[in-house]
Design a protein around this ligand. Structure first.
Ligand SMILES: *[C@@H]1O[C@H](CO)[C@@H](O)[C@H](O)[C@H]1NC(C)=O
Ligand SMILES: *[C@@H]1O[C@H](CO)[C@@H](O)[C@H](O)[C@H]1NC(C)=O
Ligand SMILES: *[C@@H]1O[C@H](CO)[C@@H](O)[C@H](O)[C@H]1NC(C)=O
Ligand SMILES: *[C@@H]1O[C@H](CO)[C@@H](O)[C@H](O)[C@H]1NC(C)=O
Ligand SMILES: *[C@@H]1O[C@H](CO)[C@@H](O)[C@H](O)[C@H]1NC(C)=O
Ligand SMILES: *[C@@H]1O[C@H](CO)[C@@H](O)[C@H](O)[C@H]1NC(C)=O
Ligand SMILES: *[C@@H]1O[C@H](CO)[C@@H](O)[C@H](O)[C@H]1NC(C)=O
Ligand SMILES: *[C@@H]1O[C@H](CO)[C@@H](O)[C@H](O)[C@H]1NC(C)=O
Ligand SMILES: *[C@@H]1O[C@H](CO)[C@@H](O)[C@H](O)[C@H]1NC(C)=O
Ligand SMILES: *[C@@H]1O[C@H](CO)[C@@H](O)[C@H](O)[C@H]1NC(C)=O
Ligand SMILES: *[C@@H]1O[C@H](CO)[C@@H](O)[C@H](O)[C@H]1NC(C)=O
Length: 361
């Protein structure tokens, strides 16, 4: 008798614990701050429950261009649509993000069609690998009864994202589902940011507030580019270790150089994929020899010019030559130079002065 009632008591205790944990996961809303009245492109880290293919992921997240999925994961452009993704393998999926009421959500996508035996909890935690919590689907779709969804019903899955600058820099926001046992420091290190930034943009005071299975807003550093303000892809941001296809599929821009400069070149994609039929000129006409976007030409012994991509409009692709000098920049650091033979010192000063005169004239 006594043991039966104790069991009941324990069951009730478990139920209360469960309810409490549900409440806390709901209150620490899995949404990202997004205050700019803006839209942008963001990324989510999707880890499929079952093995799948890139093509299925593309359709599940309504990704418009297959090559944007390839670029986000730095997979070659020749990767087939049937490329397989293992269970629990994380794939970066690009999503359009919109800021609304200080929160960022994926703009009208993905749209999920309810299947037999689906529940909202299953859809959020398993089908979309925990990138959001089910109450967010309830709110976004104004579902009156969370236990009543119909087969064939279409649901908007409001994935968390942001368009905010971080420390005055444009970044690409990545939604990362925290694994059990990770620390803020380790996540920061993995994605090339720092703990303080991660804590602050996620509104956390310290590591102890990091929870397994929460979606963490991770800002990915992006490359600087020479893209002009009047270009149709002015907002193009390519995060470290990835590439993007732009200018009607004519241009491929990668971010993997140590100086954080966007490197663009003709994409070599079939022009049938291009919006233009044929790609317009991609040459820097003003440089002798009219190099192509991405070409580097030597102008002299130590100056070289790179034909950089500068954006596009509906008729042309803009180019801009950037000249950089690789001439020896400065004499060795003052610290030890005094120990160098004075003759050498003299020579260095001469060369340096000469260079300075050249530069000033
Ligand atoms: C905006 O957010 C605030 C606080 O999070 C909330 O009280 C308010 O209802 C929201 N407004 C709309 C229109 O969703
Ligand atoms: C994974 O595959 C199993 C077996 O085919 C299926 O029952 C289950 O619904 C799948 N899970 C997801 C999240 O698609
Ligand atoms: C940039 O990407 C490279 C290669 O993926 C990686 O080695 C490097 O640590 C990354 N840097 C940052 C700051 O994320
Ligand atoms: C972490 O922050 C919480 C809330 O601000 C605070 O109560 C707790 O003492 C902090 N823990 C540590 C280890 O600093
Ligand atoms: C490029 O961006 C980095 C930070 O991402 C910044 O420190 C650097 O000054 C920028 N360089 C140029 C030439 O704008
Ligand atoms: C371009 O199209 C041709 C013929 O359709 C095909 O053989 C080739 O592989 C394509 N190249 C690329 C880069 O997609
Ligand atoms: C210039 O770029 C074009 C197109 O990317 C390439 O085919 C060519 O080899 C490059 N030339 C030089 C000198 O790098
Ligand atoms: C190198 O470039 C600088 C500035 O772009 C220019 O003033 C200088 O004349 C160039 N030097 C040579 C040797 O071409
Ligand atoms: C191209 O852009 C200009 C100005 O931005 C516009 O007037 C023109 O109609 C556009 N042409 C096409 C074909 O879209
Ligand atoms: C010289 O080097 C020492 C240590 O190596 C360093 O503390 C000092 O700041 C340096 N001085 C200058 C002028 O670079
Ligand atoms: C400067 O001199 C010190 C002591 O001679 C030496 O240990 C150090 O490596 C030197 N530094 C450089 C940059 O040459």
């Amino acid at each position: 008798m006594g043991s039966a009632s104790a069991e009941m008591g324990f069951a009730r205790f478990l139920l209360i614990l469960l309810l409490l944990s549900l409440l806390t996961t709901t209150s620490t809303a899995q949404s990202f701050k997004c205050s700019s009245p803006a839209s942008c492109s963001a990324l989510v880290g999707y880890a499929p429950y079952n093995a799948t293919t890139l093509s299925e992921i593309q359709s599940q997240f309504n990704v418009k261009k297959f090559h944007s999925l390839l670029g986000a994961n730095n997979l070659p452009l020749s990767t087939p649509r049937t490329y397989s993704i293992k269970s629990k393998q994380t794939v970066k999926v690009p999503i359009p993000c919109i800021c609304y009421n200080n929160t960022g959500v994926s703009n009208k996508v993905p749209i999920y069609t309810v299947k037999k035996d689906d529940g909202l909890y299953f859809i959020a935690s398993t089908v979309f690998s925990g990138l959001l919590k089910y109450p967010q689907i309830v709110v976004a779709n104004k579902i009156p009864d969370k236990d009543k969804i119909d087969i064939g019903q279409k649901l908007w899955i409001p994935l968390p994202c942001s368009c905010d600058e971080v420390s005055g820099e444009k970044v690409v926001h990545y939604a990362h589902v925290v694994e059990a046992g990770s620390t803020v420091e380790e996540i920061a290190k993995r994605f090339g940011t720092d703990s303080q930034t991660l804590l602050s943009i996620n509104g956390m005071a310290n590591d102890s507030q990091l929870m397994a299975d929460q979606s963490l807003d991770v800002p990915l550093k992006a490359c600087n580019s020479s893209i002009k303000e009047n270009s149709l892809d002015y907002s193009l941001l390519v995060p470290n270790g990835s590439y993007a296809i732009t200018a009607g599929a004519c241009v491929k821009c990668s971010c993997d150089s140590p100086d954080w400069t966007l490197q663009c070149e003709p994409s070599q994609l079939n022009t049938t994929i291009s919006n233009w039929g044929a790609c317009p000129s991609m040459q820097c006409e003003e440089v002798s020899g009219s190099p192509y976007i991405g070409n580097t030409t030597s102008l002299s012994n130590c100056n070289r010019s790179t034909c950089a991509y500068a954006g596009y409009d509906n008729k042309t692709i803009f180019t801009s030559p950037t000249t950089e000098s690789t001439c020896p920049a400065s004499p060795p650091s003052g610290n030890n130079s005094s120990k160098i033979d004075s003759n050498w010192n003299f020579l260095f000063i001469c060369v340096f002065t000469l260079l300075l005169c050249f530069y000033l004239s």
